[in-house]
Design a protein around this ligand. Structure first.
Ligand code: DQA
Length: 146
């Protein structure tokens, strides 16, 4: 699970927009859910585009799927999109807020067209929903045994 810029501030960053759950709480809940399925979940957050790209490159051949909230890089980063396409790992895009109901500059995602799908507007619960979507995708569509 990858989280981009400013998501380390979750819990105290614009709580009306992003809720009060911290990133650590989200990471723990997602890891715990993964454990209950015998999955290993690796969590990484960075405020730096290059560090996120390096992490995606390092995941090549080692992970089945990436759940990513690219933060503001969603709307700006062709490099992040190219990294995902380059490693050919399926991604599920998550946003706590409904980016389509916010400012026009948040409506466009460079990631959405190359993602399996996007979950937006469900707050921290979106990460759990992404895990369920990942499980469904990997088992039903990719035939990975559970
Ligand atoms: C966000 C939405 C982005 O537009 C914003 O820049 C963020 C958080 C979300 O989770 O709702 O940093 O990705």
């Amino acid at each position: 699970m990858l989280n981009g810029p400013n998501l380390n501030l979750l819990g105290r960053r614009e709580p009306a927009q992003y809720g009060t759950t911290t990133l650590r709480e989200i990471e723990e809940a997602v890891s715990e859910l993964g454990r209950s399925w015998n999955w290993e979940v690796v969590c990484f957050q960075s405020n730096h585009e290059g560090a996120l790209i390096d992490c995606i490159h390092n995941a090549c051949g080692r992970v089945d799927l990436i759940i990513i909230n690219p933060g503001a890089y969603t709307h700006t980063s062709i490099a992040l999109r190219d990294a995902i396409v380059g490693v050919a790992i399926p991604v599920i895009e998550v946003h706590l807020s409904n980016i389509h109901a916010r400012e026009a500059f948040r409506h466009h995602s460079f990631i959405a067209p190359i993602a399996v799908g996007q979950i937006a507007g469900f707050g921290a619960d979106g990460y759990r929903l992404a895990m369920e979507a990942a499980r469904h995708y990997l088992t039903v569509r990719k035939g990975v045994p559970v």
